[in-house]
Design a protein around this ligand. Structure first.
Ligand SMILES: [Fe+2]
Ligand SMILES: [Fe+2]
Length: 335
């Protein structure tokens, strides 16, 4: 191929080259600046103090706390989720500040994931892979974790494929429900925890999740007026997908999507009670329902302004658009 160097080169589409900068989206720049300001270090949490507290707990209580963090890590394993979104945003040459915010969210999610590992390592090192169950119940607990992660693997496949099906603004708007749910979870947990260092970890995480929510809100308000009816319907569906996916940790896993052992819920409830008994705060079912309602009202109010309906969530007595054909491939929510 001969190249005519006297002309400008032609760049291939969907390529991160050429580098380009834009400085006009002030709201996105403000959010990017806030993201840089609000950074924190997971190693500033006094994990030794947590180890000390854990050493005073009995085995099953320690297992219950490690187990909860293992479930959380299913959702906070989001570094590659955002790293992938970041690559896509560069290929599509989105606004410089938007790419900057996505870079910080990728970093945030890595911090959240490392935090899950540090928490497990402080209360029950080696859980779940090096954990040796002492009875049938402990083995079921271990299997609960491993099968939750199995579903995470199914989600990851669907997530990657979603990029060939949806436009970026529809995708990013779909992240809204997850971020709203995450914000509520961490805020309530930080208020309730009796273990001071975990309180701190949750409080800091809530700051991050609030900012992630602000990001989805920004994308929504920037792009929603251009959305077609079909795209609006997709967002409604994704709000339902967000509820179904995140309910494992924030409510109870609905029938859709999840493939879990038959004992999952029973064992999960026992674990929650054991963790509560150890001063680790997990909201009761009523409180979880209330948190979801609050999150849905919040998301619903924003969506309504742009003609996007909220889905029916019969589990919470919320009426809305009936979503019947939610398939495995539809799962793209993030935490
Ligand atoms: Fe997170
Ligand atoms: Fe998040």
């Amino acid at each position: 191929m001969t190249l005519d160097f006297s002309r400008d080169p032609e760049y291939p589409p969907y390529n991160v080259y050429p580098p380009k900068w834009s400085f006009d989206n002030e709201r996105a720049w403000q959010l990017y600046r806030r993201a840089k300001r609000e950074q924190w270090d997971e190693e500033d949490i006094d994990w030794n103090k947590i180890k000390e507290i854990a050493s005073g707990l009995d085995r099953k209580q320690r297992l219950a706390i490690a187990y909860w963090w293992s479930l959380l890590s299913n959702f906070d394993n989001a570094t590659p989720v955002f790293a992938y979104a970041l690559v896509k945003s560069h290929e599509l040459h989105l606004n410089t500040a938007v790419k900057g915010v996505l870079t910080t969210i990728t970093y945030d999610e890595n911090r959240h994931n490392v935090m899950c590992g540090l928490a497990i390592n402080s209360v029950l090192p080696g859980y779940p892979f090096d954990f040796k169950p002492q009875d049938e119940f402990e083995n079921k607990v271990r299997l609960n974790t491993l099968w939750t992660w199995y579903n995470g693997a199914r989600y990851w496949r669907a997530y990657l494929e979603a990029y060939s099906k949806y436009t970026l603004d529809v995708l990013f708007t779909s992240f809204m429900m997850g971020e709203a749910a995450a914000t509520t979870v961490f805020t309530t947990m930080s208020k309730g925890s009796k273990i001071e260092e975990m309180r701190k970890a949750f409080r800091n995480t809530a700051v991050d999740e609030t900012r992630h929510y602000a990001f989805t809100h920004l994308i929504m308000t920037d792009g929603a007026s251009r959305m077609t009816d079909e795209q609006r319907k997709l967002v409604t569906k994704q709000v339902r997908a967000g509820f179904v996916f995140l309910s494992l940790i924030t409510y109870k896993p609905p029938k859709e999507f999840w493939r879990l052992p038959p004992w999952f819920e029973e064992v999960n409830e026992r674990m929650e009670d054991l963790a509560r008994g150890a001063g680790f705060y997990i909201p009761e079912l009523k409180e979880k329902e209330e948190a979801w309602r609050t999150a849905l009202v919040r998301v619903g109010a924003t969506l309504a302004r742009y003609g996007v309906k909220i889905p029916a969530i019969p589990e919470l007595g919320i009426t809305g658009e009936e979503i019947e054909d939610l398939k495995e491939d539809d799962f793209v929510p993030v935490f």
